[in-house]
Design a protein around this ligand. Structure first.
Ligand SMILES: [Zn+2]
Length: 460
Protein backbone atom coordinates (compact mmCIF):
# COMPACT_ATOMS: atom_id res chain seq x y z
CA UNK A 1 0.00 0.00 0.00
CA UNK A 2 1.36 3.45 -0.85
CA UNK A 3 1.83 6.08 1.87
CA UNK A 4 -0.57 8.42 0.07
CA UNK A 5 -3.58 6.88 -1.69
CA UNK A 6 -3.20 6.78 -5.48
CA UNK A 7 0.35 8.06 -5.44
CA UNK A 8 3.68 6.31 -5.48
CA UNK A 9 7.01 7.91 -4.69
CA UNK A 10 9.93 5.99 -6.08
CA UNK A 11 13.69 6.45 -6.03
CA UNK A 12 16.07 4.59 -8.35
CA UNK A 13 19.82 4.56 -7.79
CA UNK A 14 21.08 6.13 -10.99
CA UNK A 15 24.37 5.89 -12.86
CA UNK A 16 27.86 6.96 -11.91
CA UNK A 17 28.70 8.88 -15.04
CA UNK A 18 32.33 8.00 -15.69
CA UNK A 19 31.85 5.66 -18.69
CA UNK A 20 29.11 4.32 -20.96
CA UNK A 21 26.50 2.33 -19.06
CA UNK A 22 27.00 -1.42 -19.52
CA UNK A 23 24.13 -3.75 -20.26
CA UNK A 24 23.92 -4.83 -16.61
CA UNK A 25 23.30 -1.20 -15.58
CA UNK A 26 20.79 -0.84 -18.42
CA UNK A 27 18.90 -3.92 -17.24
CA UNK A 28 18.44 -2.36 -13.81
CA UNK A 29 17.02 0.86 -15.30
CA UNK A 30 14.77 -1.16 -17.61
CA UNK A 31 13.36 -2.96 -14.61
CA UNK A 32 12.65 0.36 -12.84
CA UNK A 33 10.93 1.59 -16.00
CA UNK A 34 8.75 -1.53 -16.16
CA UNK A 35 7.77 -1.06 -12.53
CA UNK A 36 6.87 2.57 -13.08
CA UNK A 37 4.87 1.78 -16.20
CA UNK A 38 3.00 -1.01 -14.43
CA UNK A 39 2.11 1.28 -11.53
CA UNK A 40 0.90 3.92 -13.96
CA UNK A 41 -1.11 1.33 -15.89
CA UNK A 42 -2.66 0.39 -12.55
CA UNK A 43 -3.78 3.97 -11.98
CA UNK A 44 -1.11 5.34 -9.65
CA UNK A 45 0.53 8.69 -10.12
CA UNK A 46 4.22 7.98 -9.88
CA UNK A 47 6.90 10.47 -8.87
CA UNK A 48 10.17 8.94 -9.98
CA UNK A 49 13.57 10.31 -9.00
CA UNK A 50 16.80 8.97 -10.44
CA UNK A 51 20.07 10.49 -9.38
CA UNK A 52 23.23 11.20 -11.34
CA UNK A 53 26.36 10.35 -9.34
CA UNK A 54 28.98 12.77 -10.61
CA UNK A 55 31.30 12.77 -7.58
CA UNK A 56 32.18 10.61 -4.60
CA UNK A 57 31.87 7.06 -5.97
CA UNK A 58 35.23 5.52 -5.18
CA UNK A 59 36.73 2.63 -7.10
CA UNK A 60 36.27 0.38 -4.08
CA UNK A 61 32.89 0.41 -2.34
CA UNK A 62 34.78 0.33 0.97
CA UNK A 63 35.58 4.05 0.95
CA UNK A 64 39.04 3.50 -0.48
CA UNK A 65 40.75 4.11 -3.78
CA UNK A 66 40.34 6.80 -6.34
CA UNK A 67 37.10 8.59 -7.23
CA UNK A 68 35.72 6.92 -10.39
CA UNK A 69 35.22 10.30 -12.07
CA UNK A 70 38.76 11.42 -11.23
CA UNK A 71 40.19 8.20 -12.57
CA UNK A 72 38.33 8.56 -15.87
CA UNK A 73 39.43 12.20 -16.06
CA UNK A 74 43.05 11.18 -15.54
CA UNK A 75 42.88 8.42 -18.17
CA UNK A 76 41.04 10.53 -20.73
CA UNK A 77 43.09 13.65 -19.83
CA UNK A 78 39.95 15.72 -19.33
CA UNK A 79 38.31 17.74 -16.61
CA UNK A 80 36.15 15.50 -14.35
CA UNK A 81 33.13 17.76 -14.83
CA UNK A 82 33.54 17.44 -18.59
CA UNK A 83 33.67 13.66 -18.23
CA UNK A 84 30.55 13.68 -16.05
CA UNK A 85 28.47 15.78 -18.43
CA UNK A 86 29.60 13.79 -21.46
CA UNK A 87 28.64 10.41 -20.01
CA UNK A 88 25.45 11.77 -18.47
CA UNK A 89 24.32 12.85 -21.93
CA UNK A 90 25.30 9.48 -23.41
CA UNK A 91 23.43 7.70 -20.63
CA UNK A 92 20.22 9.66 -21.23
CA UNK A 93 20.53 8.91 -24.96
CA UNK A 94 20.82 5.21 -24.13
CA UNK A 95 17.75 5.41 -21.90
CA UNK A 96 15.76 7.02 -24.70
CA UNK A 97 16.88 4.36 -27.16
CA UNK A 98 15.57 1.80 -24.70
CA UNK A 99 12.32 3.75 -24.31
CA UNK A 100 12.94 4.33 -20.64
CA UNK A 101 10.71 7.19 -19.57
CA UNK A 102 12.26 10.32 -18.11
CA UNK A 103 11.97 10.60 -14.32
CA UNK A 104 10.50 13.70 -12.66
CA UNK A 105 14.05 14.76 -11.75
CA UNK A 106 17.60 13.60 -12.34
CA UNK A 107 19.35 15.33 -9.43
CA UNK A 108 23.12 15.61 -9.75
CA UNK A 109 25.22 15.03 -6.66
CA UNK A 110 27.43 18.06 -7.33
CA UNK A 111 24.34 20.28 -7.28
CA UNK A 112 23.16 19.03 -3.87
CA UNK A 113 26.23 19.49 -1.71
CA UNK A 114 24.39 21.74 0.76
CA UNK A 115 21.64 19.17 1.31
CA UNK A 116 24.21 16.41 1.82
CA UNK A 117 26.29 18.51 4.19
CA UNK A 118 23.17 19.38 6.20
CA UNK A 119 22.34 15.69 6.47
CA UNK A 120 25.87 14.89 7.69
CA UNK A 121 25.74 17.80 10.14
CA UNK A 122 22.52 16.39 11.63
CA UNK A 123 24.21 13.01 12.07
CA UNK A 124 27.16 14.68 13.81
CA UNK A 125 24.80 16.63 16.08
CA UNK A 126 22.85 13.49 16.98
CA UNK A 127 25.98 11.51 17.74
CA UNK A 128 25.75 9.08 14.81
CA UNK A 129 28.90 10.39 13.14
CA UNK A 130 32.45 11.29 14.09
CA UNK A 131 35.41 12.97 12.45
CA UNK A 132 38.87 11.41 12.05
CA UNK A 133 41.94 12.45 10.13
CA UNK A 134 40.65 11.53 6.66
CA UNK A 135 36.99 12.41 6.97
CA UNK A 136 33.63 12.05 8.72
CA UNK A 137 32.31 8.55 9.31
CA UNK A 138 29.01 6.97 10.28
CA UNK A 139 29.18 5.07 13.56
CA UNK A 140 27.37 1.81 12.75
CA UNK A 141 27.38 0.64 16.38
CA UNK A 142 25.05 3.55 17.22
CA UNK A 143 22.47 2.19 14.80
CA UNK A 144 21.37 -1.23 16.13
CA UNK A 145 19.34 -2.27 13.10
CA UNK A 146 22.33 -1.99 10.77
CA UNK A 147 22.19 -5.13 8.59
CA UNK A 148 18.39 -5.41 8.43
CA UNK A 149 18.31 -5.23 4.63
CA UNK A 150 21.33 -7.34 3.71
CA UNK A 151 21.52 -9.64 6.73
CA UNK A 152 25.11 -8.54 7.37
CA UNK A 153 25.23 -8.09 11.12
CA UNK A 154 27.98 -6.15 12.80
CA UNK A 155 29.37 -9.32 14.40
CA UNK A 156 29.68 -10.98 11.01
CA UNK A 157 31.25 -7.91 9.50
CA UNK A 158 33.70 -7.63 12.38
CA UNK A 159 34.69 -11.28 12.03
CA UNK A 160 34.95 -11.07 8.26
CA UNK A 161 36.89 -7.79 8.16
CA UNK A 162 40.16 -7.93 6.36
CA UNK A 163 43.14 -6.08 7.79
CA UNK A 164 41.70 -2.74 8.81
CA UNK A 165 43.11 -0.08 6.53
CA UNK A 166 41.98 2.71 8.77
CA UNK A 167 42.66 2.04 12.49
CA UNK A 168 41.00 5.31 13.53
CA UNK A 169 37.55 3.95 12.60
CA UNK A 170 35.47 2.74 15.55
CA UNK A 171 34.26 -0.35 13.68
CA UNK A 172 35.40 -1.85 10.35
CA UNK A 173 31.88 -1.34 8.91
CA UNK A 174 31.84 2.41 9.65
CA UNK A 175 31.55 4.17 6.34
CA UNK A 176 32.56 7.58 5.02
CA UNK A 177 29.96 10.35 4.95
CA UNK A 178 32.44 12.98 3.84
CA UNK A 179 36.06 12.53 2.82
CA UNK A 180 38.89 15.01 3.17
CA UNK A 181 40.42 15.77 -0.21
CA UNK A 182 44.06 15.64 -1.21
CA UNK A 183 45.19 19.02 -2.60
CA UNK A 184 45.33 17.60 -6.16
CA UNK A 185 41.75 16.30 -5.99
CA UNK A 186 39.87 18.29 -8.64
CA UNK A 187 36.42 17.97 -7.09
CA UNK A 188 36.42 19.44 -3.60
CA UNK A 189 34.36 21.90 -1.60
CA UNK A 190 34.50 23.76 1.74
CA UNK A 191 32.30 22.23 4.43
CA UNK A 192 32.91 21.34 8.08
CA UNK A 193 36.04 23.52 8.09
CA UNK A 194 37.98 21.44 5.56
CA UNK A 195 38.19 20.82 1.81
CA UNK A 196 36.49 17.60 0.89
CA UNK A 197 33.80 15.75 -1.02
CA UNK A 198 30.71 13.69 -0.12
CA UNK A 199 30.62 9.90 0.16
CA UNK A 200 28.59 8.02 -2.40
CA UNK A 201 25.91 6.69 -0.02
CA UNK A 202 24.98 10.10 1.43
CA UNK A 203 24.04 11.34 -2.04
CA UNK A 204 21.09 9.01 -2.36
CA UNK A 205 19.86 9.65 1.19
CA UNK A 206 20.02 13.42 0.88
CA UNK A 207 18.60 13.71 -2.62
CA UNK A 208 15.78 11.21 -2.16
CA UNK A 209 14.66 13.02 1.01
CA UNK A 210 14.78 16.37 -0.72
CA UNK A 211 12.49 15.26 -3.57
CA UNK A 212 10.38 12.55 -1.95
CA UNK A 213 10.30 13.40 1.75
CA UNK A 214 11.57 11.64 4.88
CA UNK A 215 9.64 8.46 4.04
CA UNK A 216 8.63 7.17 0.65
CA UNK A 217 7.26 4.05 -1.03
CA UNK A 218 9.78 2.34 -3.27
CA UNK A 219 13.54 2.26 -3.67
CA UNK A 220 15.18 0.20 -6.42
CA UNK A 221 18.67 -0.74 -7.52
CA UNK A 222 20.71 -3.73 -8.61
CA UNK A 223 21.33 -6.62 -6.21
CA UNK A 224 24.94 -5.45 -6.02
CA UNK A 225 23.64 -2.24 -4.39
CA UNK A 226 22.11 -4.05 -1.41
CA UNK A 227 25.38 -4.07 0.48
CA UNK A 228 26.97 -1.80 1.39
CA UNK A 229 25.19 0.95 -0.56
CA UNK A 230 21.55 0.48 0.43
CA UNK A 231 22.34 -0.74 3.92
CA UNK A 232 24.29 2.50 4.48
CA UNK A 233 21.55 4.62 2.92
CA UNK A 234 19.03 3.18 5.41
CA UNK A 235 21.33 3.76 8.39
CA UNK A 236 21.99 7.40 7.51
CA UNK A 237 18.39 8.21 6.67
CA UNK A 238 16.71 6.51 9.61
CA UNK A 239 19.34 7.71 12.09
CA UNK A 240 18.53 11.24 11.02
CA UNK A 241 14.73 11.08 11.22
CA UNK A 242 13.98 8.17 13.55
CA UNK A 243 11.35 7.04 11.00
CA UNK A 244 11.15 4.15 8.58
CA UNK A 245 12.65 5.52 5.41
CA UNK A 246 11.49 3.19 2.59
CA UNK A 247 8.52 0.81 2.51
CA UNK A 248 9.50 -1.49 -0.37
CA UNK A 249 12.91 -2.41 -1.68
CA UNK A 250 13.11 -4.02 -5.12
CA UNK A 251 16.39 -5.25 -6.55
CA UNK A 252 17.20 -6.32 -10.08
CA UNK A 253 19.04 -9.65 -10.34
CA UNK A 254 22.51 -9.90 -11.83
CA UNK A 255 23.09 -9.93 -15.54
CA UNK A 256 25.50 -12.63 -16.65
CA UNK A 257 26.87 -13.25 -20.11
CA UNK A 258 26.51 -16.88 -21.17
CA UNK A 259 26.65 -18.05 -17.58
CA UNK A 260 29.68 -16.00 -16.65
CA UNK A 261 30.16 -12.76 -14.78
CA UNK A 262 30.58 -9.89 -17.21
CA UNK A 263 34.03 -8.36 -17.00
CA UNK A 264 36.39 -6.41 -19.20
CA UNK A 265 39.20 -8.89 -18.55
CA UNK A 266 37.08 -11.78 -19.87
CA UNK A 267 36.23 -9.87 -23.03
CA UNK A 268 32.49 -10.36 -22.43
CA UNK A 269 31.75 -6.79 -21.36
CA UNK A 270 29.14 -4.96 -23.43
CA UNK A 271 27.50 -1.56 -23.51
CA UNK A 272 24.24 -0.83 -25.32
CA UNK A 273 26.36 0.88 -27.97
CA UNK A 274 28.26 -2.36 -28.58
CA UNK A 275 24.97 -4.15 -29.26
CA UNK A 276 23.86 -1.44 -31.70
CA UNK A 277 27.21 -1.67 -33.48
CA UNK A 278 26.62 -5.39 -33.90
CA UNK A 279 23.36 -4.58 -35.65
CA UNK A 280 20.91 -5.21 -32.80
CA UNK A 281 17.94 -3.04 -32.04
CA UNK A 282 17.83 -1.52 -28.55
CA UNK A 283 14.24 -2.75 -28.23
CA UNK A 284 15.44 -6.34 -28.68
CA UNK A 285 17.56 -5.85 -25.57
CA UNK A 286 14.62 -4.25 -23.80
CA UNK A 287 12.55 -7.32 -24.61
CA UNK A 288 15.31 -9.72 -23.55
CA UNK A 289 15.49 -8.07 -20.14
CA UNK A 290 11.75 -7.78 -19.57
CA UNK A 291 11.06 -11.35 -20.66
CA UNK A 292 12.71 -12.81 -17.59
CA UNK A 293 11.63 -12.22 -14.01
CA UNK A 294 13.43 -9.23 -12.51
CA UNK A 295 14.65 -11.04 -9.39
CA UNK A 296 16.19 -14.00 -11.23
CA UNK A 297 19.68 -13.74 -12.64
CA UNK A 298 19.47 -12.76 -16.29
CA UNK A 299 21.59 -14.73 -18.69
CA UNK A 300 22.51 -12.61 -21.69
CA UNK A 301 23.65 -14.13 -25.00
CA UNK A 302 23.66 -13.13 -28.64
CA UNK A 303 21.54 -16.18 -29.47
CA UNK A 304 18.91 -14.71 -27.15
CA UNK A 305 19.28 -11.31 -28.82
CA UNK A 306 18.62 -12.94 -32.21
CA UNK A 307 15.57 -14.68 -30.78
CA UNK A 308 14.35 -11.41 -29.23
CA UNK A 309 14.55 -9.61 -32.57
CA UNK A 310 12.42 -12.37 -34.10
CA UNK A 311 9.86 -12.09 -31.33
CA UNK A 312 9.61 -8.34 -31.90
CA UNK A 313 8.90 -9.03 -35.57
CA UNK A 314 6.15 -11.44 -34.59
CA UNK A 315 4.53 -8.80 -32.36
CA UNK A 316 4.74 -6.17 -35.08
CA UNK A 317 3.43 -8.52 -37.79
CA UNK A 318 0.47 -9.40 -35.62
CA UNK A 319 -0.32 -5.74 -34.98
CA UNK A 320 -0.07 -5.06 -38.70
CA UNK A 321 -2.49 -7.89 -39.50
CA UNK A 322 -4.96 -6.47 -36.97
CA UNK A 323 -4.64 -3.00 -38.44
CA UNK A 324 -5.44 -4.05 -41.99
CA UNK A 325 -8.24 -6.50 -41.17
CA UNK A 326 -11.47 -5.46 -42.93
CA UNK A 327 -13.50 -8.64 -42.32
CA UNK A 328 -17.20 -8.50 -41.50
CA UNK A 329 -17.31 -11.55 -39.22
CA UNK A 330 -18.65 -11.63 -35.67
CA UNK A 331 -16.44 -10.26 -32.92
CA UNK A 332 -17.74 -12.62 -30.26
CA UNK A 333 -14.86 -15.12 -30.37
CA UNK A 334 -12.42 -12.20 -30.22
CA UNK A 335 -14.08 -10.92 -27.05
CA UNK A 336 -13.46 -14.28 -25.35
CA UNK A 337 -9.80 -14.35 -26.37
CA UNK A 338 -9.34 -10.78 -25.19
CA UNK A 339 -11.01 -11.33 -21.80
CA UNK A 340 -8.87 -14.35 -21.01
CA UNK A 341 -5.61 -12.70 -22.06
CA UNK A 342 -6.30 -9.47 -20.20
CA UNK A 343 -7.19 -11.26 -16.97
CA UNK A 344 -4.08 -13.47 -17.15
CA UNK A 345 -1.81 -10.61 -18.13
CA UNK A 346 -2.92 -8.37 -15.28
CA UNK A 347 -2.88 -11.14 -12.69
CA UNK A 348 0.68 -12.08 -13.65
CA UNK A 349 1.92 -8.49 -13.51
CA UNK A 350 0.28 -8.02 -10.13
CA UNK A 351 2.10 -11.13 -8.93
CA UNK A 352 5.45 -9.40 -8.27
CA UNK A 353 5.79 -8.41 -11.95
CA UNK A 354 5.80 -11.95 -13.25
CA UNK A 355 6.64 -10.96 -16.81
CA UNK A 356 7.24 -14.48 -18.21
CA UNK A 357 3.68 -15.46 -17.32
CA UNK A 358 2.29 -12.11 -18.52
CA UNK A 359 4.03 -12.58 -21.87
CA UNK A 360 2.73 -16.12 -22.16
CA UNK A 361 -0.78 -14.64 -22.02
CA UNK A 362 0.11 -12.28 -24.87
CA UNK A 363 1.55 -15.12 -26.96
CA UNK A 364 -1.60 -17.12 -26.42
CA UNK A 365 -3.68 -14.14 -27.54
CA UNK A 366 -1.55 -13.83 -30.68
CA UNK A 367 -1.90 -17.51 -31.45
CA UNK A 368 -5.69 -17.49 -31.05
CA UNK A 369 -5.96 -14.08 -32.72
CA UNK A 370 -4.08 -15.26 -35.80
CA UNK A 371 -6.40 -18.25 -36.09
CA UNK A 372 -9.45 -16.00 -35.90
CA UNK A 373 -8.05 -13.56 -38.45
CA UNK A 374 -7.56 -16.53 -40.75
CA UNK A 375 -10.92 -18.20 -40.25
CA UNK A 376 -13.41 -15.49 -39.24
CA UNK A 377 -11.85 -12.12 -40.03
CA UNK A 378 -13.67 -9.38 -38.15
CA UNK A 379 -12.71 -5.73 -38.19
CA UNK A 380 -14.61 -5.09 -34.95
CA UNK A 381 -12.81 -8.03 -33.32
CA UNK A 382 -9.42 -6.93 -34.63
CA UNK A 383 -9.95 -3.48 -33.11
CA UNK A 384 -10.47 -5.11 -29.70
CA UNK A 385 -7.26 -7.12 -29.94
CA UNK A 386 -5.40 -4.10 -31.23
CA UNK A 387 -6.58 -2.20 -28.20
CA UNK A 388 -5.15 -4.95 -26.00
CA UNK A 389 -1.81 -4.84 -27.83
CA UNK A 390 -1.61 -1.10 -27.18
CA UNK A 391 -2.41 -1.59 -23.51
CA UNK A 392 0.26 -4.27 -23.31
CA UNK A 393 2.66 -1.88 -25.00
CA UNK A 394 2.01 0.88 -22.44
CA UNK A 395 3.83 -1.46 -20.07
CA UNK A 396 6.36 -3.30 -22.23
CA UNK A 397 6.98 -0.56 -24.83
CA UNK A 398 8.45 -2.78 -27.52
CA UNK A 399 6.18 -2.34 -30.55
CA UNK A 400 7.42 -0.62 -33.71
CA UNK A 401 10.62 1.29 -33.37
CA UNK A 402 13.09 0.52 -36.19
CA UNK A 403 13.96 4.22 -36.01
CA UNK A 404 15.51 4.00 -32.56
CA UNK A 405 18.97 3.01 -33.71
CA UNK A 406 19.28 5.78 -36.27
CA UNK A 407 21.71 8.56 -35.51
CA UNK A 408 20.67 12.21 -35.81
CA UNK A 409 23.20 12.50 -38.67
CA UNK A 410 21.49 9.69 -40.59
CA UNK A 411 18.08 11.26 -40.08
CA UNK A 412 19.39 14.64 -41.30
CA UNK A 413 20.87 12.97 -44.37
CA UNK A 414 17.54 11.30 -45.20
CA UNK A 415 15.57 14.52 -44.68
CA UNK A 416 17.97 16.41 -46.96
CA UNK A 417 17.57 13.81 -49.72
CA UNK A 418 13.78 13.89 -49.40
CA UNK A 419 13.85 17.66 -49.77
CA UNK A 420 16.03 17.32 -52.88
CA UNK A 421 13.55 14.84 -54.34
CA UNK A 422 10.57 17.09 -53.60
CA UNK A 423 12.30 19.99 -55.34
CA UNK A 424 13.12 17.83 -58.38
CA UNK A 425 9.51 16.73 -58.60
CA UNK A 426 8.25 20.31 -58.36
CA UNK A 427 10.46 21.12 -61.35
CA UNK A 428 9.14 18.00 -63.06
CA UNK A 429 12.67 16.64 -63.30
CA UNK A 430 11.57 13.02 -62.96
CA UNK A 431 14.98 11.57 -63.74
CA UNK A 432 16.58 13.49 -60.85
CA UNK A 433 13.72 12.56 -58.51
CA UNK A 434 14.13 8.88 -59.35
CA UNK A 435 17.85 9.08 -58.83
CA UNK A 436 17.33 10.44 -55.31
CA UNK A 437 14.80 7.73 -54.65
CA UNK A 438 17.45 5.14 -55.60
CA UNK A 439 19.97 6.80 -53.30
CA UNK A 440 17.48 6.54 -50.44
CA UNK A 441 16.77 2.93 -51.31
CA UNK A 442 20.49 2.22 -51.11
CA UNK A 443 20.39 3.63 -47.56
CA UNK A 444 17.58 1.21 -46.74
CA UNK A 445 14.93 3.92 -46.63
CA UNK A 446 11.44 3.39 -47.96
CA UNK A 447 9.29 6.38 -48.87
CA UNK A 448 5.56 6.75 -48.71
CA UNK A 449 3.84 9.62 -50.51
CA UNK A 450 0.50 10.70 -49.14
CA UNK A 451 -1.74 13.74 -49.06
CA UNK A 452 -0.01 14.93 -45.89
CA UNK A 453 3.43 14.75 -47.45
CA UNK A 454 6.25 12.26 -47.56
CA UNK A 455 6.96 9.87 -44.70
CA UNK A 456 9.80 7.40 -44.53
CA UNK A 457 10.95 4.40 -42.65
CA UNK A 458 14.15 2.41 -42.41
CA UNK A 459 13.49 -1.09 -43.65
CA UNK A 460 16.92 -2.69 -43.91
ZN1 LIG B 1 21.95 4.95 -4.43
Amino acid sequence: MPLVKGKVKMYNCGPTVYSFAHIGNCSSYLFADLLRRWLEYSGYRVTQIKNITDVGHLVSDADEGEDKLMKAARLEKKDPFEIARFYEKAYIEDEHRLRIEDPAERPRATEHLKEMAAHVQDLLDKGFAYEISDGIYFDVQKFPSYGKLSGNTLEQLQAGARIEVNPEKHHPADFALWKKAEPNHLMQWDFFGFRGFPGWHIECSAMSSKYLGESFDIHTGGVDNIFPHHECEIAQSEARTGKQWVNYWLHKGYLQVEGEKMSKSKGNFYTLRDLIEKGYKPLAFRYLVLASHYRSPLDFSFTKMDASQKVLERFNDFVHRLEICQGKGSKQAYVEVLKKALAEFEAAMNDDLNTPVALAAVFELMKEGNKLLENTPSKAGAVLLLDFMHKFDQVFAILGGAEEVLSPEFKAQVEALILKRTEAREQKDWAAADQVRDELKALGVELKDSAEGVTWKKVA
